[in-house]
Unconditional design. Structure first.
Length: 196
């Protein structure tokens, strides 16, 4: 249970069931990635690093009722958040077919019925309103806010996993935002609070 120790070092304390699910996710991604090239995280340790990156915000956000993850890719951060926030309905928005196949297969294999995979671009989503919208390495902040404006409301918070350009991106956003930037290593977690 090396993952358990790594999480503990980051002050992320999870029950054994959730750690087991994260380990199972890691094994499946590692196997699929050998054939389908889903992510640059090629080793178990690299996958663990991405899991920790995905989970770190749980140290400063509260559990939402529902989550949209834009451009989930191989599962970071949306699939990982779905394991942890298991009472939340989680929609993973991913247009690439091989990644969609992996996400659907893994959700079924792990028995996660709080996950729905939408094989579309985010601007095609309708009939949803989300309490938390997350995204990692998809596009700039202003574009993400524009792409998701039809599926957000005054209660929506945003969690964007960003690099060093986040400070320039925030300046480019036209609206006044109430936000925090939490820095960890080379990651900037941009947490935009709801307007209510």
């Amino acid at each position: 249970m090396r993952l358990k120790e790594l999480l503990k070092n980051e002050n992320i304390i999870l029950d054994d069931k959730k750690i087991e699910l994260l380990e199972d996710f890691t094994s499946l991604l590692h196997e699929w990635n050998k054939i389908h090239n889903l992510t640059g995280a090629r080793t178990i340790d690299a996958i663990y690093k991405n899991i920790i990156d995905s989970l770190y915000p749980m140290t400063f956000i509260k559990e939402p009722k529902n989550i949209l993850d834009v451009g989930t890719g191989a599962g970071f951060p949306g699939f990982i958040l779905a394991i942890i926030f298991d009472k939340a309905e989680v929609v993973l928005c991913e247009p690439l077919k091989k990644r969609v196949s992996f996400l659907k297969y893994t959700a079924i294999s792990l028995g996660l019925d709080n996950i729905k995979v939408e094989a579309v671009r985010v601007e095609s989503l309708k009939d949803y309103k989300f309490e938390l919208i997350s995204s990692r390495a998809v596009t700039n902040t202003d574009m993400l806010l524009n792409l998701t404006k039809n599926i957000s409301n005054d209660l929506t918070c945003y969690l964007f996993y960003k690099g060093e350009r986040v400070f320039d991106e925030i300046e480019d956003v036209k609206n006044q935002l109430d936000y925090d930037i939490v820095q960890k290593n080379k990651r900037n977690y941009l947490y935009i609070k709801s307007s209510k």
